[in-house]
Design a binder for this molecule. Structure first.
Ligand SMILES: [Zn+2]
Length: 127
């Protein structure tokens, strides 16, 4: 993924985080003016952290949901989009503690820390 910084002739400025496979956005500004500056910026090395709700339908007939208070923990390398998702789920307090512990680590540091904390088997996914 990459950051795309844009500015129109009227000076409106905005920033988007886009997946690598997204075609460059070349639309006009919402004000209708032409975009005059577009800069593609590589993300830094810090791991992106996601909290994935474990909530899922456990009965397709009634639509009943289960695992409503559980979450999976995910870290992702914003440059390569390699990511790992915990095999075990956590409650909100545990997931917030993990988030604090992993914030500010590079993806490689986070993977090492993950191993030391035994969060579950690492499962690398390339998207
Ligand atoms: Zn504009």
């Amino acid at each position: 993924m990459y950051w795309l910084e844009s500015e129109c002739t009227k000076g409106h400025w905005w920033l988007q985080l886009l997946p690598n496979n997204e075609a460059d956005v070349t639309d006009n500004c919402t004000c209708g003016e032409t975009i005059i500056i577009e800069r593609k910026l590589k993300p830094g090395r810090l791991a992106m952290i996601s909290i994935i709700p474990a909530e899922r339908e456990i009965d397709s007939l009634t639509g009943k949901l289960g695992n409503t208070k559980d979450f999976y923990f995910c870290i992702e390398d914003m440059r390569t989009q390699n990511k790992v998702i915990s095999h075990q789920s956590f409650n909100i307090d545990e997931i917030l503690n993990l988030t604090k512990r992993f914030t500010g680590l590079t993806f490689d540091q986070a993977v090492k820390t993950w191993g030391l904390r035994k969060l579950g088997k690492l499962e690398t996914q390339r998207s």
